[in-house]
Design a protein around this ligand. Structure first.
Ligand SMILES: Cc1cc2nc3c(=O)[nH]c(=O)nc-3n(C[C@H](O)[C@H](O)[C@H](O)COP(=O)(O)OP(=O)(O)OC[C@H]3O[C@@H](n4cnc5c(N)ncnc54)[C@H](O)[C@@H]3O)c2cc1C
Ligand code: FES
Ligand code: FES
Length: 381
């Protein structure tokens, strides 16, 4: 499955981004991709241009200022979840973030993307409204602030926006200002729920945009690759078909099953919800890169093998890559923590009992490996 053809832009500054938005017809901003990429994969949205925000400088930050917290639009949900400042000042945000998708989606998803996507069920949208957040947006005419006016406002906006916007060009042109004016929350937002509205591609533009390619260089499992990729190809398809690393599996191709999980710069991510072109200059680990050598399994793999943590094995690569990150962050987890960690990985045949047992066993093995002297010390009582 592939997104429709589009032209790909990766601006480096806010002003460059605003200029692109002002000049391009039927353009979509790409932030974490956790909502936009499923819609592209399903072809629910058909943009002529994708403007990727991931290389725009100065849009990812958490700052305490004037009794408020300012948050950059491209701040990942995971960084908010683990921020001491957010936890201390705004503990409800930490609690809310634990409910947003899964570890893999929070690693990529941004606060700006969530606010602009404006899903009625989105935790961050409710929080921003409940806490009277101020959203700073940038456009061709400069910056302006949009206050959130209270919880009662959300249903009104959500009811009205699809009606008034679905018949015209996407208006989600806003961006977070890197120099926010001190609102309780500063995040990127355009005019709102444009993502819900289908944009209709003009046939002439479709022909003009078919097949754009880029040269990318990246590291996968420690090996350097220089490759030419079509810009609309997902990272999952690239890994499987272009690099031939078919251990990364595809189940749903819209971010739900977790089979395609890889580590992107050491963070777990759904490779079906990323474009290969976004991997330029980055480091990827797939299941093929986990074992220390061709003759030796990683302790995690060994634990799965010995505890019968798999049957058909389809979900296993995604579960292993997810657990590599999780056990690195949390070397001594509880059973409940393991269950939450793999909640974004669907297994259709084992049930999860042996997977959880294997993960806990792997944690024990990894702790022993990290501290061999302690693990082998004689018992004194
Ligand atoms: C399996 C799964 C489960 C999920 N569960 C939850 C959940 O429980 N709760 C929840 O709240 N969310 C959930 N999500 C959605 C997730 O939180 C997304 O991260 C979020 O909705 C969009 O953020 P993003 O950064 O990925 O934005 P993208 O998907 O990149 O963009 C979303 C939309 O916002 C626009 N946009 C993005 N950034 C900007 C900006 N700075 N300025 C203007 N427009 C912008 C884009 O053009 C697009 O239309 C889930 C997603 C998945 C895949
Ligand atoms: S194939 Fe990517 S999450 Fe299902
Ligand atoms: S072992 Fe078959 S899907 Fe999980």
């Amino acid at each position: 499955m592939k997104p429709p053809p589009f032209r790909y832009h990766d601006p480096k500054t806010v002003s460059e981004t605003v200029s692109l938005l002002a000049s391009l017809e039927n353009a979509k901003l790409l932030a974490g991709g956790q909502s936009l990429m499923p819609m592209l994969n399903f072809r629910f949205v058909l943009p002529d241009h994708i403007i990727d925000l991931n290389r725009v400088e100065g849009l990812a930050y958490i700052r305490e200022a004037k009794g408020t917290i300012e948050i950059g639009a491209m701040t990942r949900q995971r960084d908010l979840e683990f921020s001491d400042a957010v936890r201390a000042r705004w503990p409800i945000m930490h609690e809310a973030l634990l409910q947003v998708g899964h570890r893999q989606t929070r690693n990529r998803g941004t606060i700006g993307g969530s606010l602009c996507h404006l899903d009625p069920a989105a935790e961050l949208v409710s929080l921003a409204t409940a806490y009277d957040a101020t959203v700073t947006v940038a456009g061709p005419n400069g910056e302006r602030e949009i206050p959130s006016t209270g919880g009662h406002d959300v249903p009104r906006r959500l009811r009205e926006l699809p009606q008034v916007r679905s018949d015209r060009r996407c208006a989600c042109a806003g961006l977070l200002s890197p120099t926010s004016g001190g609102g309780a929350l500063a995040a990127g937002a355009g005019e709102g729920a444009c993502a819900a509205a289908r944009s209709i591609r003009r046939p002439s533009a479709l022909g003009a945009t078919m097949g754009e390619t880029r040269k990318i260089s990246l590291t996968v499992n420690g090996k350097r690759y220089e490759e030419e990729v079509e810009v609309r190809v997902t990272l999952a398809d690239f890994i499987r078909h272009q690099l031939g690393l078919t251990g990364t599996h595809l189940g749903c191709e819209h971010g739900v099953c977790g089979a395609c999980t890889i580590l992107f710069d050491d963070r777990s991510a759904r490779s079906c919800l990323m474009l290969a072109v976004q991997a330029d200059g980055h480091d990827i680990l797939t299941v093929e890169g986990i074992a220390p050598s061709p003759d030796e399994l990683h302790p995690l793999q060994q634990a799965f093998h010995e505890n019968h943590g798999l049957q058909c094995g389809f979900c296993t690569p995604g579960i292993l890559t997810t657990l590599i990150e999780f056990l690195r962050d949390n070397p001594d987890p509880t059973e409940q923590e393991v269950r939450v960690a793999i909640s974004g990985n669907l297994c259709r045949c084992t049930g999860y009992q042996n997977i959880v047992i294997a993960a806990l066993d792997a944690a024990k093995r990894l702790r022993a490996q990290a501290a061999p002297s302690q693990a082998t010390a004689p018992q004194t009582s």
